[in-house]
Design a protein around this ligand. Structure first.
Ligand code: PLP
Length: 431
């Protein structure tokens, strides 16, 4: 099985976090997203312990909300005493609704509106990760009107290409995010931030990409960012106290992906960090990492009900399920890989090769192609693994399909944490 929270029981049914998925599907209906919250906590703890151990006591992780932004995640992050990264007022609102301590929130995004700036300041968001000059000016003005000093980091593009999917790389010079070092613009922005009233520059941020299976690009980023910090110190006499290296560690979706050991990767990056700080003779900044995918992806599993198995003679087999791109658009968007199981009969000699198709009126509404599973028949439960990240948070109501329910599984108990959307929900804003 692709991760250790997925097993098979004596009835040849798929189990997730120790529970029979076919029984959960029966109880709660499908499509259903399961969230193994024990796994979420464990993933958070690995980052928390690793950062403190290898980067210094004050270093800590911030969960990147965009991977899955629901109340329960913020409750867990609060209990585990880690920070969060937010990218919109809506995410701030969701975190605030469960009293998440927003002093430990980093506010990202390449276009924070005046409303966002005001909303974040009013709610005590700890740090803005400022993207550009106009944003710094807006923060300065609004913070001034409110008589507060707002802490900020500046988002830097270090000029690294981590060679993952082009749509999820963000660290190269030509990017809609941040300000490049290479063109000299980053230094100009530092000067502006240092002069801006009601703005307190605390350090720098970079994020090189996503789904990285080793630490090469993180180590490159550490060296480039620490050299930048040294140059800034020499130019302006300013010592950065925070270095935020973003997120991006990969997660195994299919057997051909490597299994990644986060702790040993943190050890390697920490070594490079400490060595480079010593070599450049700079005061060690507090380090923040912003893992999203690697906190929630393997804690998620989606269950669907099979509607039909159809063979197009001479071409291929289609398995139609009662969800699709509305709850998981990642194959349609990026061609992402997924592992699919027939949860009603996991192991069988009689396997077929099939395309798992959603129910939307789009030929591109596909969850995965060429999967090998025991031939499903109507009402079999189909499970798609590793769906905790960028699934529910990217869900839509296309074709007026309601968003699935989310059920948490913790210590073999289960409960609804997000109700299934109702038809009334679909029209609630309509006059
Ligand atoms: C997307 C993003 C993350 C999280 O990336 P993962 O690959 O999910 O770990 C962290 N920080 C920033 C700024 C991001 O844009």
């Amino acid at each position: 099985m692709i991760h250790d929270n997925i097993t098979v029981n004596e009835a040849n049914h798929l189990e997730f976090a120790g529970l029979d998925t076919t029984l959960l599907a029966k109880k709660y209906g499908t499509p259903l997203m399961l969230l193994d919250t024990d796994k979420v906590r464990l993933n958070m703890q690995v980052y928390k312990n690793g950062l403190a151990k290898y980067f210094g006591e004050t270093s800590y992780p911030c969960y990147a909300s965009k991977a899955l932004s629901i109340k329960e995640i913020y409750r867990i992050a609060k209990q585990e005493n880690i920070g969060i990264d937010v990218v919109s007022s809506g995410e701030i609102f969701t975190a605030k609704s469960v009293d998440f301590p927003l002093g430990k929130a980093f506010f990202h995004g390449n276009n924070k509106t005046d409303f966002d700036v005001e909303y974040a300041i009013d709610n005590g968001v700890g740090y803005f990760v400022a993207d550009n000059v106009e944003e710094i000016n807006a923060i300065s003005k609004i913070a001034g009107e409110k008589g507060v000093n707002q802490k900020i980091l500046i988002r830097i593009t270090p000029g690294i290409d981590p060679h993952t999917n082009a749509k999820i790389t963000t660290g190269q010079v030509d990017s809609k995010f941040g300000t490049p070092i290479e063109t000299g613009q980053a230094f100009e922005l530092v000067e502006i931030a240092l002069k801006a009233k009601n703005v307190e520059l605390c350090g720098f941020h970079c994020h090189v990409g996503s789904q990285c299976f080793d630490s090469t690009s993180f180590i490159d980023a550490v060296v480039i960012m620490l050299s930048f910090i040294r140059d800034v110190k020499n130019l302006f006499g300013f010592s950065a106290s925070i270095l935020n290296l973003g997120g991006g560690y990969g997660v195994r979706y299919v057997d051909s992906d490597p299994q990644i050991d986060i702790l040993s990767n943190l050890e390697q990056v920490g070594k490079a960090f400490n060595q480079t700080c010593d070599a450049l003779n700079i005061i060690k900044p507090q380090v923040i990492l912003e893992p999203g995918r690697s906190i929630v992806a393997d804690a998620g599993l989606t269950l669907y009900t099979c509607g039909s198995f159809k063979t197009i003679e001479g071409y291929k087999n289609y398995v139609s399920i009662d969800g699709g791109m509305t709850d998981n658009p990642r194959y349609a968007l990026y061609g992402s890989n997924y592992t699919v199981y027939n949860a009603s009969k996991v192991n069988s000699d009689k396997k077929v090769t099939a395309t798992i198709a959603g129910r939307c009126c789009e030929s591109g509404d596909i969850i995965q192609e060429n999967v090998q599973i025991p031939k499903p028949t109507r009402n079999d439960i189909i499970a798609v693994a590793v769906t905790g990240a960028y699934n529910y948070s990217m869900a839509s109501n296309y074709n007026r399909i309601t968003k699935p329910a989310v059920v948490s599984v913790e210590n073999k108990t289960h409960k609804i944490i997000v109700k299934r959307e109702s038809f009334e929900d679909l029209v609630k804003n309509e006059i």
